[in-house]
Unconditional design. Sequence first.
Length: 88
Amino acid sequence: MWSNAADDDNQPDVGGTSVLEREEQLHTLDEGDHERFSHFVQKEKILESAVTGTPVIALCGKVWTPGRDPEKFPVCPTCKEIYESLNE
């Protein structure tokens, strides 16, 4: 199941693993609008990130440690498009 999580680039990435580091290298991060959206992330991963501080990976490929209220941001259009295609 997927849920929204907001970006929080002000928090350091803590507890990263080599797998996440390799996955992050595979995703080219755009420094543009990603900070202005909430993204779709697996619910279990959001809870895990809140407990351990490990980064999450959104449907669009954004890798970060969530920390802001996702309700305060519009949904990432790329995440939304991918999510809707999964539910067809």
